[in-house]
Each structure stands twice: as C-alpha cells, then as structure tokens.
Design a protein around this ligand. Structure first.
Ligand code: SF4
Length: 239
C-alpha cells in the first residue's frame, strides 16, 4: 500500500488505519521534535499532492481484504508523513470516506491552515480533529515548530478558536513540550490563557520520547508535566 499504514493500536485513537496525503515530509513546519526527521519539502503551497482516487482505491482494497480488522477499527486517521491540510482535496476525501465506510474519521493537523475558512469548511465533516499548538508567542513558535516564514501564531490561534465554534465533532488539542524551549512554567501559563479561549474537549500533553528531527531534544520531566497538567486544568491528560 502506498498511502495507507497500519492499522496501529494507539492510546489516543485506539485501533487506527492511517492515511498519508502528502509525499514524505511535505510540511509547512519543521518541528524540532518531529519523529520523521527534518522537513525535506518545507512549503506552504496547497496542492493535490497525491491522487484522492488512488487513496480511495487503496482504502476499498484494504476493506475488502481485511474484513475482520475493519470491524475493529476505531478511526481512519488522516495524518501521515506531512501536513494533511496542505492537500487541496482533503475535504472531498473526508466526505467520500464517510459515505462509503462506517468508520469514524480523525484528522491530525499542525493547525497552520485553520485560519482559512475554506480549510475549516473542508474538515468540518471529520469526527475528531487533533490539532497541535506548541506556543503562545511568535518567538517560541519559531523556535519549536520552525514554520515557513509568514505564518503568525496569532493567526494559528484565531483559526483554532474559529474551528471550535464551527466544528461539532471532538477537538483534542495536542501540546508538545520540549525542555528548555517551550516547557517553562511562565510560557505554560500563557498557553493556558490561549487554550481557555480555544476551549477544546481535551488537552493532550506530550513530550518527545522517541527519535527527533534535531539531536539533544529533551522531554520535560515527569514531575513538571504533572505540575503543568494542574495548570492546564481538568481537561488535560499527559500522554
Ligand atoms: S507539523 Fe508534524 S509533520 Fe510537520 S514537522 Fe511538525 S511534527 Fe513533523
């Protein structure tokens, strides 16, 4: 299979079949902690990077050949090895999946395009959106996520706030904290104020434990994560 991976069992999503909508590491961010390594195609250009028909054909084949696993699936997850909202036909794919398969659709996104009404409209039919937000200030945003120049954290935050108002499904905000970059308590308090405005259903706190794009990326210690969880409130869970 070229576009599908898994299914994998994850604590967050249960049993999930992944779909990749972009070529390897096509992303408008180059996060310090990215488990896929450094971004090799750093772009904010939105294109039909891969054929939606080809993805759909792979899905049909997978469902035909894996009837037992298909019954256990919790989600078809749109994510993969780049930023899925860079694909211009993401909305069409979500609708086709919803029409043909009785499995929930989850979208994992870095949130960069959520301030575009057309992108929010395209993803509105998903069942679960897991957007990320790692910074409350432009300075920290640029350090941790290393976005394409021109992407402003205020606009990312505005997009998240708008999405919450328009989207009726579940919204689980992921926050990845890197020691010495965005994990200090002062910054977390600023994040907490922003997250309060976004009002997600859940806040999922994470810290890098596997291999990362850059060497010497350290996780925030467990005790500190517990303290940060208290600051972020009862919706917060540590992954
Ligand atoms: S947004 Fe996701 S795919 Fe892109 S660099 Fe960051 S972690 Fe990697």
């Amino acid at each position: 299979m070229k576009y599908l991976y898994g299914p994998v069992a994850s604590r967050r999503l249960g049993f999930s079949l992944g779909v990749s909508l972009t070529p390897y590491k096509t992303c408008d961010f180059d996060c310090l902690y990215c488990q896929l390594g450094q971004t090799t195609n750093k772009t904010k250009e939105r294109l039909a990077y891969v054929s939606i028909d080809d993805i759909f054909d792979e899905l049909k084949t997978w469902f035909q050949n894996n009837t037992d696993q298909a019954k256990q699936l919790n989600f078809i997850t749109l994510s993969g090895c780049g930023e899925p909202t860079l694909h211009t036909e993401l909305g069409t794919l979500i609708l086709r999946i919803k029409e043909h398969f009785s499995v929930k659709v989850a979208l994992i996104t870095n949130s960069s395009y959520l301030n575009h009404p057309s992108v929010r409209n395209a993803i509105i039919s998903a069942d679960l959106i897991v957007p990320s937000l790692d910074a409350a200030t432009q300075e920290i945003f640029e350090k941790v996520d290393r976005p394409v120049p021109g992407i402003r954290i205020e606009e990312v935050i505005d997009g998240l706030i708008s999405l919450r108002k328009e989207f009726k499904g579940k919204l689980w905000l992921e926050v990845m904290l890197v020691k010495g970059i965005n994990g200090d308590i002062g910054h977390v308090r600023r994040l907490q104020k922003v997250i309060e405005k976004i009002n997600p259903d859940k806040i999922q706190l994470n810290s890098p434990v596997r291999s990362t794009a850059e060497p010497n990326i350290l996780p925030v210690g467990k005790n500190k994560l517990v303290k940060i969880k208290e600051i972020l409130g009862e919706k917060c869970e540590v992954l």
